[in-house]
Design a binder for this molecule. Structure first.
Ligand code: SF4
Length: 177
């Protein structure tokens, strides 16, 4: 069977983002993955029961997703509500879904407080980003999945083909920096 990949649901055009919109990724590679039956679409924040639309949320300034998962930092909505428990629940749900589907690769929408894999917003709700992962991306990476940003779909495709061919990819994708 082809190697499977968990993909952020909003990249398929599912209207699940905080603002009620989506981030459809118009890419031939993604259409091919679907035709090959290797894709699992998933939205961690919806899985955690967060509404659509919902207030935007960011990891608090100076903290990272690993600290959120460890209970040492928070994810806050712009209105000040502490959404940490929901974001951690969404991350755990993403890992369970990936494991149930046998997915060892993920392609995630960058800059999201759940799905960011190269960058996240800086916690000040100004639109500025800093290097780092969202909470679900951090959980998947910590469990050994190869996590790619939506901008890295070609690299993710090479990774999947290496797995299909029985080749162990040489190393994990680079850490965010
Ligand atoms: Fe997309 Fe992930 Fe945000 Fe859901 S949590 S809307 S899948 S970026």
């Amino acid at each position: 069977a082809p190697a499977r990949v968990l993909v952020s649901a909003c990249l398929f055009g599912d209207a699940v983002r905080w603002d009620g919109g989506h981030k459809r990724l118009d890419a031939a590679v993604l259409r091919r993955w679907q035709a090959e039956g290797r894709v699992l679409g998933f939205c961690p924040e919806c899985a955690a029961g967060l509404a659509v639309p919902r207030p935007p949320a960011e990891i608090e300034p100076g903290a990272d997703a690993a600290a959120v998962l460890a209970g040492r930092a928070r994810v806050l909505a712009r209105d000040g509500r502490d959404l940490s428990a929901a974001f951690v629940a969404g991350a755990e749900a993403a890992l369970r879904a990936a494991q149930a589907a046998g997915a060892t690769v993920a392609l995630l929408k960058d800059a999201s407080p759940s799905c960011g894999s190269r960058c996240v917003h800086d916690g000040c709700f100004t639109g500025a980003t800093v290097p780092g992962r969202g909470v679900a991306a951090e959980r998947l990476a910590a469990a050994g999945l190869a996590v790619f940003a939506d901008t890295e779909i070609e690299a993710a495709d090479r990774w999947l083909r290496a797995l299909d061919g029985g080749t162990i990819p040489p190393s994990q994708p680079a850490e965010p920096r």
